[in-house]
Design a binder for this molecule. Structure first.
Ligand SMILES: [Zn+2]
Length: 374
């Protein structure tokens, strides 16, 4: 990858991180404010509950004073009743006394009502006090966390800012201007190209453009969004299997410098794969275990092309598709790579299905496959 492009990828990463950290730092005081607002709400509830108790106490004192006044009145009426001259005057005083006693009972009922209510008031105050205590502890914890997080964020931000400045000074100024210009309008200035597409704007790239990005010899831009393009080989799709299922099986070429075979049994080894290489009038044979792909025995070399040199091997063998150089075979050592073994297994399955189709042409499913294949 071009160093400028590599630096721009890093720069974009740094800028994203700087953006995220700034957002987080800005959001933390807002969170504390929200918790404090909730705390103020609980404080108000507590004050209201306390004020209600105060008001009740005042009312109670008022009723008690009223009762005292009424009792004084009654006592005064009683004194007067001793001195009255007429029956009418006496009756009038008695009536006043009864009225005052009735008033006393009304005030006593009100005091009783307040006493019953005071249990509820006390509970309200206690609940609000408990909630306030819990919330205060919580907010202290949250504030401490927010302070620690902000400090850590600030530290990281400083580091990322330094990293960004370093990266910016390392990139070609013209390219950096183009990057900044696109980033300003589109949020990002560089995009990965994958599967013939610009991943940022999702527009298909021209084959020429895509190849240039992959070659990484010069800086390439997306025609659609103007972002600088890069290609990450590690994101490449896995290679398509050599023999795709449900497609017609290609038949091995008769004349070939290399040939692969399957045999159901081989020198008491069970199922094996045989690889033959013709090389200037001589032929070499390698034998591999079908299940594990491990090489069995040593390479055997004989005079003549393999069909003439190893006729005893081929009587009950199935020819398979396979074409790799002898250098590759040497490189694999004494074990076939899993992907190669898979290709050979798949081809063997197809070869067997083909042979079944030929021997049971009336079988409906196989017959249709056979006709599709021929
Ligand atoms: Zn694009």
């Amino acid at each position: 990858m071009l160093p400028d492009v590599q630096n721009l990828i890093e720069l974009q990463k740094a800028e994203r991180e700087i953006f995220r950290l700034r957002e987080e730092i800005a959001a933390l005081p807002k969170r504390v404010t929200a918790i404090e607002a909730k705390l103020a709400g609980t404080k108000a509830v507590l004050e209201k509950a306390k004020a209600a108790i105060k008001a009740d106490d005042a009312a109670r004192r008022k009723y008690e004073t009223a009762i005292q006044d009424l009792q004084q009145k009654i006592s005064k009426y009683r004194d007067q009743s001793l001195e009255v001259k007429t029956n009418e005057q006496y009756k009038a005083l008695l009536h006043e006394i009864q009225f005052a006693e009735q008033e006393i009972r009304i005030n006593e009922d009100k005091i009783l009502e307040l006493m019953v209510n005071s249990d509820v008031r006390d509970k309200d105050v206690k609940a609000a006090e408990r909630e306030l205590k819990e919330e205060t502890a919580e907010i202290e914890k949250e504030k401490a966390e927010a302070r620690a997080r902000t400090a850590e964020d600030e530290k990281q931000l400083t580091e990322w800012n330094a990293k960004r400045d370093g990266l910016r000074s390392a990139v070609n100024p013209d390219l950096l201007r183009q990057y900044d210009r696109v980033a300003k309008y589109r949020g990002t200035g560089i995009s990965e190209a994958r599967d013939h597409k610009c991943l940022a704007c999702q527009v298909m790239l021209r084959p020429q453009t895509y190849n240039e990005v992959r070659a990484a010899k010069e800086v390439v831009f997306c025609d659609s969004c103007q972002r600088i393009l890069f290609y990450d080989p590690s994101q490449d799709k896995p290679v398509e299997p050599v023999v795709a299922p449900r497609r017609r099986r290609p038949h091995p070429k008769f004349e070939s410098s290399q040939a692969w075979y399957y045999r159901p049994s081989f020198e008491e080894q069970g199922e094996v794969l045989l690889a033959y290489i013709n090389d200037g009038g001589r032929s070499r044979r390698r034998v591999f275990d079908l299940a594990t792909g491990r090489e069995i025995g040593e390479i055997l070399e004989r005079e003549g092309e393999y069909r003439l040199a190893f006729p005893e091997d081929l009587s009950d063998a199935i020819r398979l598709n396979g074409s790799w150089t002898e250098a590759e075979l040497d490189e694999w050592g004494r074990e076939l790579p899993m992907v190669i073994l898979d290709v050979l297994h798949r081809d063997l399955d197809l070869a067997r299905a083909e042979s079944d189709a030929r021997s049971h042409p009336k079988d409906e499913a196989v017959a249709s496959e056979h006709s599709a294949a021929s």
